[in-house]
Design a binder for this molecule. Sequence first.
Ligand SMILES: N[C@@H](CCC(=O)N[C@@H](CSC=O)C(=O)NCC(=O)O)C(=O)O
Length: 258
Amino acid sequence: METKPTEISSSKMFEGYNKRYKHFSPTLGCSMTFHIYFPPSPSHKFPVLYWLSGLTCSDENFIIKSGAQRAASAEGVALIAPDTSPRGLNVEGEADSWDFGVGAGFILMLRKRSGRTGVSSISGHSMGGHGALTIYLKNLDKYKSVSAFAPIVNPTNCPWGQKAFTNYLGNEKAAWEEYDATHLISKFHNVSATILIDQGQDDKFLHDQLLPHRFEEACKSVNAPLLLRLQPGYDHSYFFISTFIDDHIRHHAQALKL
Ligand SMILES: N[C@@H](CCC(=O)N[C@@H](CSC=O)C(=O)NCC(=O)O)C(=O)O
């Protein structure tokens, strides 16, 4: 099987290019797609921001809806948006519910392709925000900064996280804590760049699934630098993300260029 990515589309935007690739993933055992936005650059060398989307998303949601390419072009930052769910495996029951299974993987780890070194940061939304925070905290030497929109910060204590962890990891709750940002911050709080989180106050998932104040309290207790911005009137959608994405790109650009 060909594991080398092949380009399947290319569209110019803000003087850079959105390129979509397909490859076979030996880890997942299926074909996967991902997008890279390449900003304009004569040297073809740029720092990278990884973006992890949420439940029900593919690699297309962020690229099509966020408008992040304008600021990425201005700051000279490449955007890498993987699909966060394996597809086509035909696992029994994989499409039984919208919030777990095909199209709705729950991130436990992210393996960078070997050979792709360089300076990178990480961000994400909702389930992908959980992924960004936990991967960052466990790999402080590999990422310069982290940010998130409406992240699931305490999955061991919310229905989305409990459903995923029970299915992936079993009933032993101590094993779940390794994938929970609110637990991890007490172990890995030697964070240099401020953690930026935007949360819409009219987000219908705020009070039962997202629980940002749990993470805020945990950060306070270990003096970890957190900027949690509660945005009045905003919901959980990409309308919210596209409103504040430029701030996140600039936040990462600053850390990536230090
Ligand atoms: N179908 C659901 C809502 C699904 C939803 O809001 N998905 C979010 C991520 S949720 C957490 O990970 C999303 O990003 N959707 C894609 C998009 O383009 O908006 C419901 O019925 O409430």
